[in-house]
Design a protein around this ligand. Structure first.
Ligand SMILES: [Zn+2]
Length: 337
């Protein structure tokens, strides 16, 4: 990250937050002839999303419902919701809208920030090296603003650092390392990869749900032993960055394949050029995880669209439940960089 004075930095963050808040004010623009009950359903669906049922942006919900006759699945879900007095139909309608968003090649995960910020970041003239970390690009501070803004809408819960950490580096000793690796289980269908047993149970349910929505969740990387981390570090010539204790060391992280047959192609997991990292947020896999992953306990790492971590609230106690003495006692945790 380029050095910046505190007030410039705070100003950028304030700008991002202001745009986020003002970007949500969308007025309904109904087509002529729209019935009162259709208008009420459109408003109720947008309200349901705003209350936390979906992270779809309000402008997308309104526009897609207004033009619903162009999409048979959305139209059918709308008609069913109109006929359903219980309100459950609205939830199913939101899911139909999410599926359309996930598979629409023009929609990006950045759209959850609202149209102004999304357009700004998608069209920004990024330098190839603007991904945070060396070699340093000229606009890295704007990449930081982008991930800060995303973190306000779909926050991280890092498994190996932050207040929500399951295990911190300083808590690892031989006994703890043995405990961690004893909880690794091979992933059915991709047996070369292992996950923590809790993460695996959740992943298998999530994979089935995603498949039902037409999205294949394929693992490119999961568990990482200290030996693998050291070998990767030697190969990359970057002992510090690659060998660092990560959520992969815990079996709590997955690098997902962002390419999706017939829909989206990318070189995967490369951090340059920055414009490609921004484009990767249009991957159906990324968008599905962004909208639906939290229901299964999976959280983003904002810098890398492919890296997701299992760490639902309350998981730390479950993780340590079988370790003699339980979870280590912690003092005040200061969030790392
Ligand atoms: Zn990763």
């Amino acid at each position: 990250m380029k050095p910046m004075t505190g007030h410039v930095w705070n100003g950028l963050r304030l700008l991002a937050v202001t745009l986020l808040l003002t970007g949500c004010a969308v007025l309904p623009r109904a087509k002529p002839g729209t019935t009162q009950s259709a208008m009420r359903l459109m408003a109720a669906t947008a309200d349901l999303a705003a209350a936390g049922a979906s992270r779809l942006p309000a402008d997308y919900i309104w526009a897609t419902l207004r033009d619903r006759n162009g999409d048979p699945e959305v139209q059918a879900a709308f008609d069913r919701a109109l006929a359903d007095a219980t309100g459950a139909g609205q939830c199913r309608l939101l899911r139909a809208l999410e599926r359309k968003f996930i598979h629409d090649p023009n929609c990006s995960g950045l759209d959850i920030l609202g149209p102004e910020l999304s357009d700004h970041f998608r069209n920004f003239p990024w330098h190839d090296d603007d991904f945070p970390g060396g070699p340093e690009g000229p606009n890295e501070q704007f990449a930081d603003v982008m991930v800060d803004a995303l973190d306000l809408v779909r926050p991280e819960r890092r498994a190996n650092r932050s207040r929500a950490a399951v295990v911190l580096r300083q808590e690892v000793n031989a006994a703890v390392w043995g405990y961690i690796t004893n909880q690794w289980r091979a992933v059915a269908g991709q047996e070369q990869w292992k996950l923590n047993r809790h993460a695996l149970t959740s992943f298998l349910r999530m994979r089935a749900r995603a498949r039902a929505d037409g999205v294949e969740l394929i693992i490119l990387s999961a568990h990482r032993s200290p030996e693998t981390a050291r070998a990767n570090a030697a190969r990359a010539g970057n002992a510090h960055a690659v060998a660092s204790f990560s959520a992969h060391s815990l079996g709590l992280a997955i690098d997902f394949k962002m390419s999706q047959a017939g829909e989206f192609q990318t070189r995967e997991t490369f951090t340059r050029p920055m414009s490609e990292l921004v484009r990767m947020r249009q991957s159906p896999v990324h968008k599905w995880l962004l909208l639906r992953g939290e229901e299964f306990g999976w959280y983003p790492y904002q810098n890398e669209p492919w890296h997701w971590e299992y760490n639902p609230p309350g998981f730390r106690d479950r993780f340590w439940a079988d370790f003699p003495g339980g979870a280590p006692v912690r003092g005040v945790i200061i969030d790392g960089p």
